[in-house]
Design a protein. Structure first.
Length: 309
């Protein structure tokens, strides 16, 4: 890969298994193997190399335990200790696709406490504003916006992100920051302004009663922290982030999260039910969808993962 020497990638393969999904995983995996046997496109796509031919039960729990222990130790290596020794601020960009366990892994950073400024899916606003009538985004335009917003956020500058928030913040105050409560950094004492009666906040702090988010306060708090971490499921092409890797003001580590595609699909079938009517049918009665958006999406994601590897 072209940028492999500029970006050091911490590459984790995690298998996060949610109990209720297990059933669907095995059904989906049975059908996937069946489809591979009967169709050529999948065989060329890489799915067939990656999908092991075993039951849906996936890896044993003990294997997962050790994988998570290793990951925990690696993450601990990023924290205060090492940063202080090297006197460098290390930042982390956690990249994933939906339903790969990125919120779960993000919690490792969210719960680091005083030294870590964590943001959960800030690019949600950017994607929302750039969504076209067709329902998608112009990939070129979106990639640029994602990159620039991320770059600013790693420097604790919220101004570009602000321009994507709807309604537009007034005096850097907003009630509408997506899932504010999922970033504990945005609900800390120092970022908690007094509540205002009668103001509706869809995303409000759960840990303490705070008023609308003052992004100037958030920025000040961010600057106090040694490390910053951002999680996003929206970046599609790693190479578009090259300027972040090369920015001398930043020392960003990229973590690309990868999960077994069968489990991802099974989870998406539960989480985004309406989009997967075809697949439910498939799992129930064996009607294989021949030309399916979600299969294409899974294939594309797998190709990206191969590039990362
Ligand atoms: C798969 O499941 C079947 C029955 O559920 C069992 O007999 C078989 O040993 C399992 N295979 C593996 C590799 O676990
Ligand atoms: C943590 O960092 C130390 C020193 O840099 C290194 O020796 C060790 O292998 C690291 N541990 C993990 C799990 O990456
Ligand atoms: C995306 O936007 C760019 C710049 O505005 C434009 O040149 C390009 O044609 C657009 N691409 C598509 C697929 O619409
Ligand atoms: C937001 O926070 C900044 C910095 O603490 C402060 O100067 C400003 O007055 C606050 N804005 C409002 C509307 O309270």
């Amino acid at each position: 890969m072209r940028i492999k020497y500029t970006i050091s990638i911490v590459f984790f393969v995690t298998l996060v298994i949610i109990e209720k999904e297990n059933n669907i995983i095995s059904r989906v995996s049975d059908k996937l193997s069946l489809k591979q046997a009967t169709q050529t496109p999948l065989q060329h796509s890489g799915l067939s190399h990656i999908l092991p031919k075993h039951n849906g039960s996936l890896t044993s729990l003990s294997k997962m335990d050790s994988a998570f222990m290793l990951m925990k130790r690696r993450l601990e290596n990023y924290s205060e200790h090492q940063g202080a020794v090297r006197s460098g601020r290390k930042h982390i960009l956690l990249l994933a696709t939906t339903r790969t366990g990125s919120s779960f892994v993000g919690e490792f950073f969210n719960q680091q406490g005083d030294n870590m400024f964590y943001l959960f899916e800030p690019l949600w606003h950017v994607e929302k504003m750039l969504t076209l009538e067709t329902g998608g985004t112009n990939a070129t335009v979106a990639a640029k916006a994602y990159r620039d917003v991320l770059q600013q956020l790693f420097l604790c500058d919220f101004s570009l992100l602000e321009s994507f928030i709807e309604p537009l913040p007034v005096d850097h105050i907003t009630t509408a920051l997506f899932r504010r409560e999922s970033s504990s950094s945005l609900c800390e004492e120092s970022v908690c302004s007094p509540t205002i009666k009668g103001v509706f906040e869809p995303y409000h702090c759960r840990t303490r009663r705070c008023g609308p988010l003052n992004l100037t306060m958030a920025s000040e708090s961010c600057l106090q922290k040694e490390h910053r971490a951002i999680k996003s499921v929206r970046v599609r092409q790693l190479e578009t982030l090259r300027p972040l890797a090369e920015d001398p003001r930043l020392d960003v580590k990229f973590i690309q999260l990868v999960r077994d595609p069968r489990a991802v699909l099974a989870s998406r079938m539960v989480a985004f039910e309406a989009k997967y009517k075809n697949w439910k049918q498939w799992a129930m009665d064996g009607d294989v969808p021949l030309d399916d958006d979600e299969v294409r999406k899974a294939e594309r994601e797998l190709r990206q993962h191969k590039v990362v590897c």
